[in-house]
Design a protein around this ligand. Structure first.
Ligand code: F6R
Length: 618
């Protein structure tokens, strides 16, 4: 939540900051602002409520001078409404020479503010962030050394924060501090960058350093210094960003979401690449730290995640239990963390997160580690906090996901979950190896099948447009189709602001069937008729039950399902696959349905109201 960018170097700072904010806007879009220091005109700040375009228009109308150092912020409001005055940056000191941006929450701001108020400090905003700006400015006036003043104040702040500061009297340095909120450094040639994630600067450099917890950065054009909050020097490792700038741009699509839906064959293929051999065997070098003995000792897996990522876990659970016979529990991270769960050293925690910065998931994994469990992350973002703090990471190679609603990250997470399931199965040896190898070979065919799904979406698009005025849509599924139904409902809620619910089809008769009335749209995920567990006839019966009560049924079924057309009003066909992998295919029409319906309502699909992509507060 909140996007942060900082720059020092020879380029036009404003271009770097606004370009970075454009790429970070998915993190929050309530307001945006920049501060620069320009030779001759000192510290200059502009900030505007609303989307980044408002700020850009303001700067175009009243241009800022050329400068070579600055900071920029895009906000997801926590303390104080999204107004011009509450927008970041915030200025500190009586002469307003210090500028600060902040992502996170300063939990002890009230007591710090009282201290400043008692000294007569005047506040211009309702934010917790402004307190830090005044405190640092005050310490600087006393101590005369900006890094020392900065370190002194960040040590006094409680909560979660990334803070960036510049000061008019020190026009060659950007200071940054990180505690429980993300921060990455981009290394250039005679220039350096800071960002909430690498998207902030990937256009300029792919050399990066991930800043650790409780660390301070002293950034100049020609040097990068890292130290702990206590002042001890910190060694760091550089990594190469494997995204390129074009991956984080719309590239001619009407929205990032549309582009990211279309990216899915690649996202699935890249996540499989190098991990699944042509004979179906799985190589996961990432989990080499776990020996066969370790894997045999695992007596339970707990998967923790939130939102869409939690549905990826729900889907993976079916495969892990089926292939490895290890019991799997899926937990929403925030519920898991605060209910005194049972975790032992033989529990494997699998934490799934696109951003790797979701605070709920970080808190859950930290807690589990304290109980002695090993943590395996499935994460899409290099250098993310979750990746750093886990014992092992399986990266999903979906590339940057910019639209707030997750699409390609989900299909990549499901793919990684399937790889993990096969890997565990192959190492546990309780299911016939031949079966697992055959399944592995099937998984290799999924990218091509995803492409086929994308080629046949005209009907679902038309349905989305036609249903723009629907008041409520229900989704049903069984087995892996159940979490897909939940995901379909979530997409519709968040993108089209329509009441939507996903149910296990078998649960319908236990209550939800009372919701069915004449004309109620119900989207049903129909399992393969070839499935050995005979789920198909059960779902067909469920369709008949709701049809009899007036529902308008839209089925997502596999090619060759001749029966379903007799019972559903519309059928969207996806290619045949093993039922256990089918979620990778059946979820796509639901993404497109929500996208189309939201677009038909004239809504912003990339930036739905009240949401932010990376939820870095609990
Ligand atoms: C919904 C969506 C969210 C995220 C959730 C977890 O479309 O994107 O529900 O899935 O906030 O985010 P990550 O995966 O970054 O931990």
């Amino acid at each position: 939540m909140c996007g942060i960018v900082g720059y020092v170097g020879p380029k036009s700072t404003l271009d770097v900051l606004l370009g970075g904010l454009r790429r970070l806007e998915y993190r929050g879009y309530d307001s945006a602002g920049v501060s620069i220091i320009a030779p001759g005109s000192g510290l200059q700040t502009r900030k505007k409520a609303g989307k980044l375009d408002n700020l850009v228009a303001d700067i175009e109308a009243h241009p800022l001078p050329i400068s070579h150092i600055g900071i920029g912020h895009t906000r997801w409001a926590t303390h104080g409404a999204p107004t011009d005055t509450n927008a970041h940056p915030h200025l500190g000191g009586s002469a307003s020479k210090l500028s600060l941006i902040h992502n996170g929450i300063i939990e002890n701001f009230a007591e710090l503010k009282a201290e400043l108020l008692a000294e007569g400090t005047k506040f211009s905003s309702e934010t917790d962030s402004e307190v830090a700006a005044h405190l640092i400015a005050r310490e600087y006036e006393i101590l005369g050394d900006l890094p020392t003043a900065f370190a002194k104040v960040v040590n006094r702040l409680h909560g979660a924060f990334t803070i960036l500061v510049i000061h008019e009297d020190e026009p060659d340095v950007v200071l940054a501090a990180r505690k429980n909120a993300p921060l990455v450094i981009g290394l250039g040639d005679g220039e350096n960058f800071l960002g909430s994630d690498v998207a902030a600067f990937v256009e300029h450099t792919r050399r990066a350093i991930s800043v650790g917890q409780d660390e301070i950065v002293i950034l100049r054009a020609d040097s990068v210094q890292l130290q702990s909050f206590a002042g001890a020097p910190v060694t760091f490792e550089e990594f190469t960003v494997d995204w390129d700038a074009s991956a984080a741009s719309k590239g001619g699509w009407s929205s990032f979401m549309a582009k990211e839906i279309a990216d899915q064959p690649q996202a699935v293929a890249d996540t499989l690449m190098g991990r699944l051999n042509s004979d179906g065997s799985v190589r996961l070098t990432e989990v080499d730290g776990l020996s066969v003995a370790d894997i045999k000792a695992i007596d339970r897996i707990i998967m923790v995640a939130c939102g869409t990522a939690a549905y990826a876990c729900d889907i993976a659970k079916y495969a892990i239990e089926k292939f490895s016979r290890i019991p799997v529990q899926v937990e929403l991270s925030h519920e898991f963390r605060y209910r005194d769960p049972i975790v032992t050293p033989n529990t494997l925690i699998v934490a799934v997160s696109q951003s790797g910065e979701t605070m709920d998931t970080l808190m859950a994994t930290r807690f589990a580690k304290e109980q002695g469990a090993k943590v395996l992350a499935i994460c899409n973002t290099q250098g993310a906090t979750l990746a750093r703090e886990s014992d092992a990471v399986i990266y999903t190679h979906a590339g940057p996901e910019v639209a707030v609603a997750s699409t390609k990250a989900l299909t990549a997470q499901i793919t990684a979950g399937m790889l993990l399931a096969l890997f565990l199965g192959q190492n546990r040896g309780v299911v016939a190896q031949e079966t697992l190898l055959q399944l592995g070979q099937e998984l290799l065919k999924m990218p091509a099948r995803v492409t086929k799904v994308l080629e046949n979406l005209d009907d679902v698009r038309a349905l989305g447009r036609e249903m723009a005025n629907a008041k409520s849509v229900l989704f049903l599924g069984r087995n892996v189709g159940f979490p897909v139904a939940m995901e379909g409902a979530l997409k519709l809620k968040e993108l089209a602001y329509i009441h939507a619910e996903g149910f296990a089809a078998g649960e319908l008769k236990h209550g939800p069937i009372a919701l069915i009335e004449e004309g109620q749209p119900v989207i049903v995920i129909v399992p393969s008729p070839r499935d050995a567990d005979s789920l198909h006839p059960k779902v067909i019966s469920n369709i008949q039950e709701i049809r009899a009560r007036g529902a308008r049924v839209i089925a997502i079924a596999e090619v060759g399902d001749e029966q379903v057309g007799h019972y559903a009003e519309h059928v969207i066909f996806v290619p045949q696959s093993e039922n256990i992998f089918s979620a990778i295919l059946t979820v796509i029409p639901l993404q497109v349905f929500a996208l189309e319906l939201s677009t038909a309502k004239g809504l912003d699909v990339d930036q739905p109201r009240n949401l932010a992509k990376s939820v870095t507060v609990e």
